[in-house]
Write a protein that binds this ligand. Sequence first.
Ligand SMILES: Cc1ncc(C[n+]2csc(CCOP(=O)(O)OP(=O)(O)O)c2C)c(N)n1
Ligand code: SF4
Ligand SMILES: [Mg+2]
Length: 323
Amino acid sequence: MASPVPFDYSDRVLKPGYTSCLGCGEALAMRIVAQTVGPKAVYTNCTGCSEIFTSRYPTSSWSAPWIHSLFENSAAIASGVYYALKHKGKLEGQKVIAMGGDGGTADIGLQCLSGAAERGDDFLYCCWDNEAYMNTGIQRSSLTPLDASTTTSPSGKVSWGNDRPKKDMPAIMAAHNIPYVGVGSCGYYRELPRMVKKALSYEGPKYLQVHAVCPLGWRSDPARTCDLARLAFETGCYPLYEIIEGTTTPHKPPKEGWKPVQEYLKPQGRFRHLFRSADGEQRITRIQAQAAANIRKFYGDDAVPDFAKEAEKKAKEMTTAQA
Ligand SMILES: Cc1ncc(C[n+]2csc(CCOP(=O)(O)OP(=O)(O)O)c2C)c(N)n1
Ligand code: SF4
Ligand SMILES: [Mg+2]
């Protein structure tokens, strides 16, 4: 029998050995993005899972220059690196990549990110959106979806979980008139290199948000990470698109048509409470109505399936009845 060909990791920007959980969508996305950007870059990474699992003291998986920033200032550190390289005349062929989780990006780091984007600094910001503060024990963030149960928005007798809809972070970034905003997914990992290359072809601030399944926080099967990420898109729960120089291009619609949101929600423990009562069904109707609105926004009214329109009607009736 021929001896197995040994894996060659010599050209990996993010080397193996990092300590993420099994099936971590954030690790998958970050590895692909870093590999596409390459080693001629300075990476800044705010506190969070991605920073922790790639730099367990005294080791590091990074083979490119990498800076651990505070929770709130990945974008500000990236700005500083950009100006330092510029001042020294070393920007040629060099990229500046800032990274952070959804909490580090959309909550505590928003001000630094907005400032860097508004100044027009030349860098790519990557937000790993696993929809909660996972590293510190699954606390909700402003990117946690409606009705997800987290440790700070627990479902129970008095609550259905997170009671706020997800913040539209890509729209906030697009409002800065930056050349590139992209929303990708760890489930469509073959798309990520194309998106990164497209983003890097523009000078100025670029924002890439990647939906990253977290089996620990979502209480999902690690073997279903990519499948779940694709279901997020195929149900209309997590639209994927690019806004390039102000023009929005959505990801091509699912080949087999839009699916009911239950297919995405049911395999996740964070939504399990919605499947336990008739009242829970009403909450799912609201989520389905939101997915219908997402589909309409990017693909037009004709694309919205009948079951989703039906849910919109019911959700409206429920709101009227409550008023
Ligand atoms: C100012 C400040 N507040 C709180 C923390 C604690 N903290 C570290 S990581 C983290 C959560 C990170 O969540 P997110 O940015 O979504 O990244 P994830 O771990 O989910 O990848 C928190 C609250 C901190 N390091 N600094
Ligand atoms: S907690 Fe979630 S995001 Fe963090 S390493 Fe584990 S799977 Fe990845
Ligand atoms: Mg997070």
